[in-house]
Design a protein around this ligand. Structure first.
Ligand code: SF4
Length: 101
């Protein structure tokens, strides 16, 4: 994070993929949105979201939170989440609660 243009999100990704170190959970716009929709957090603050997420999985699995990015791009996008073809539709709050973009 002392390098130019490297913030926490990038540092976590590089540590995990280049060095195998799980230093935190990557929180981008997709992870922020899905974490709220799925009820993992109630805040929009990336630092607080990360703290909520890392409490839910053991440290070796923290990097797996970045998988929400792919789900956010492919299915649960911001404006038109495709709940009708989502494998989480039966278990996520999005199945029963109005979705907030
Ligand atoms: S059920 Fe809908 S709101 Fe919930 S994760 Fe799937 S696409 Fe997103």
């Amino acid at each position: 994070m002392t390098l130019p243009n490297v913030a926490r999100k990038t540092a976590i990704v590089v540590l995990a993929h280049a060095y195998g170190i799980n230093g935190g959970a990557t929180v981008d716009t997709h992870v922020r949105r899905l974490s709220n929709r799925l009820g993992f957090t109630t805040t929009q603050d990336p630092m607080k979201i990360e703290q909520d997420l890392i409490k839910l999985l053991p440290q070796p699995d923290w990097e797996n939170w970045s998988r929400l990015i792919y789900h956010g791009r492919a299915v649960c996008n911001a404006r038109h989440p495709a709940c009708e073809r989502c494998f989480l539709a039966d278990i996520g709050p999005g199945a029963i609660l109005p979705v907030n973009p």
